[in-house]
Design a protein around this ligand. Structure first.
Ligand code: NAP
Length: 485
């Protein structure tokens, strides 16, 4: 069945429920504008609450059967999905590029990485086993008791994804949920929904049993709370901004939640660092996809003895970055929407007004913000603490490792941090005191490889992702005790 409705201008995409592509009974659609061409890329359905109810009902029906299907059988569908994604890589990359403004090659890499993620998820799940426990290992426990501990699915998982990796971060929820025997309600970011449609088209081609997954499109502000508070949802896996995550956590009923939220990852540069290498890592960490990555380096904390030298190298590197359109493979591309560009511009203006120096950048054309380096940033400036999700990097000069640790930890976020030094003992001494889920030594902050645990602390999240962790978070342990007569 076709996913689209023909139209004279933009394509209208349907939503996916019970293995069918449908138009919503609301008769309402949402226009998706390209962040760089400003044209309508397509229209998606604004579905109704009744359709959400229906999707959740079908999910429960399908999950009752799916949970008893063998792991090998589930694996076949997921492998087929991965293969379809690879076959559709160019078509999907084109949509990602147009819809969220990521360069075509990065978009294509996202699709391939997703297929690899799905395959690894299958293999990891196939090799996960429960355990048995003897009763007599506890004082007074009987040798005749044997506990069999298995992992069982939770039921229906609500997967809510952000715009910036509309395929990868969606599949990173859907694949572990399905592989562990759950059904899924997938809510893509509105700006990212068409990429979501394409990803589900690939899954549909695998022949997955009907009802196991639904793609529900519509504004989070309209259907978000209804989904989150719905009695039929048994677990929520959310990636997005901290404000949305905190809101969602207050709404969700007593169900497991995994939240991957914002960050303000510091790049800490010690006075013995290889400054050229540190600069390369900082530039790629901070500016790829215009800094629209949760793990982008979002502030540099540099020892004052080497600050001038580092700033000089960074300036030269930033000025080499290509700026323009994703269609031209530019590193710096227009931000996702006008509000995001306004926000970043506001942070830059506030810092300048309070005494920061512009090393380079501070230029804007519509949603396109030129890569901007701000030096002499101090704690009274918003850019020192806020997540810009754009191409601006504040440089904060520090006098000691202790001061760097103190400034790093003062942030409300705790996703990742990078430390640049040639002294491994110094690196560990700093790393041990940094309050983040991960610390990178002499490398940029980043999520992958995808089988590493990925954890945000403080306002950066709750629970853990990473393939094995995701599989665990979408199951619970169930204990059956055998009393041997
Ligand atoms: P966002 O605005 O928070 O949206 C994320 C998702 O939440 C979207 O699908 C959105 O739908 C939905 N949503 C909105 N209101 C909701 C509600 N009341 N209930 C349920 N869902 C609701 O985030 P974004 O702008 O897409 O992504 C950027 C943010 O994500 C950044 O802060 C970034 O750091 C963070 N992020 C974190 C990670 C990580 O792994 N830690 C990874 C990537 C991104 P609509 O689009 O329809 O509003």
């Amino acid at each position: 069945m076709s996913t689209v409705l023909t139209s004279t201008k933009a394509t209208t995409y349907k939503f996916y429920i019970k293995g069918e592509w449908r138009e919503s009974k609301s008769s309402q659609t949402i226009d998706i504008y390209s962040p760089y061409s400003h044209e309508v890329v397509g229209k998606v359905q604004a579905i109704t609450r009744e359709e959400v109810d229906e999707a959740i009902h079908f999910a429960h029906e399908a999950q009752k059967v799916w949970k008893d299907i063998s792991l090998q059988e589930r694996a076949k569908y997921l492998y087929a999905w991965a293969n379809e994604l690879v076959d559709m890589q160019e078509e999907i990359a084109e949509i990602i590029m147009k819809e969220v403004g990521k360069s075509r090659s990065d978009a294509q890499k996202e699709v391939i990485r997703t297929a690899e993620f799905i395959r690894y998820t299958v293999e990891e799940a196939l090799h996960m086993h429960g355990e048995s426990m003897r009763g007599d290992s506890f004082p007074g426990g009987a040798a005749s008791k044997l506990a069999i501990v298995q992992r069982v699915p939770l039921g229906v998982v609500l997967a809510v994804a952000p715009f910036n990796y509309p395929v990868n971060l969606a599949a990173a929820k859907v694949a572990p949920a399905l592989m562990t025997g759950n059904a899924v309600i997938f809510k893509p970011a509105t700006q990212g929904s068409i990429s979501g449609v394409k990803m589900i088209e690939a899954l549909d081609k695998s022949g997955l049993p009907k009802g196991l997954i639904s793609l529900v499109t519509g504004r989070g502000s309209i259907i978000g709370d209804y989904l989150v508070e719905h009695d039929g949802i048994n677990m929520i896996s959310f990636t997005g901004g901290t404000n949305t995550g905190v809101h969602l956590a207050t709404k969700a009923k007593m169900i497991p939640l995994v939240l991957e939220l914002g960050g303000k990852d510091p790049g800490i540069v010690c006075d013995d660092a290889d400054l050229k290498e540190a600069a390369v890592q900082i530039i790629s960490g901070a500016f790829s996809y215009s800094g629209q990555r949760c793990t982008a380096i979002k502030r540099v904390l540099v020892h004052e003895n080497v600050a001038d030298e580092l700033v000089k190298i960074l300036k030269a590197e930033v000025e080499k970055l290509s700026v323009g359109s994703p269609e031209h493979e530019s590193t710096i591309v227009p931000l996702i929407d006008k509000a995001s560009a306004d926000f970043v511009e506001g942070l830059i203006d506030d810092a300048i007004q309070k005494g920061a120096t512009v090393v380079t950048g501070n230029k804007r054309e519509r949603n396109l913000i030129y890569p901007t380096l701000l030096d002499h940033v101090t704690g009274n400036m918003d850019v020192a603490w806020e997540e810009p999700f754009g191409p601006v990097v504040p440089i904060i000069r520090v006098k000691s490792d202790e001061e760097a640790i103190q400034v790093a930890n003062k942030s409300e976020f705790g996703l990742q941090a990078s430390i640049f030094t040639k002294d491994i003992n110094r690196a560990f001494a700093i790393a041990n005191k940094i309050e983040t889920g991960s610390v990178q030594i002499n490398g940029r902050t980043e999520r992958g490889p995808d089988h590493f645990p990925f954890i945000g602390v403080k306002k950066s999240g709750m629970g853990a992702q990473g393939i094995r962790k995701s599989l665990e978070s979408m199951t619970r342990e169930k204990v059956t005790v055998l009393n041997i007569q």
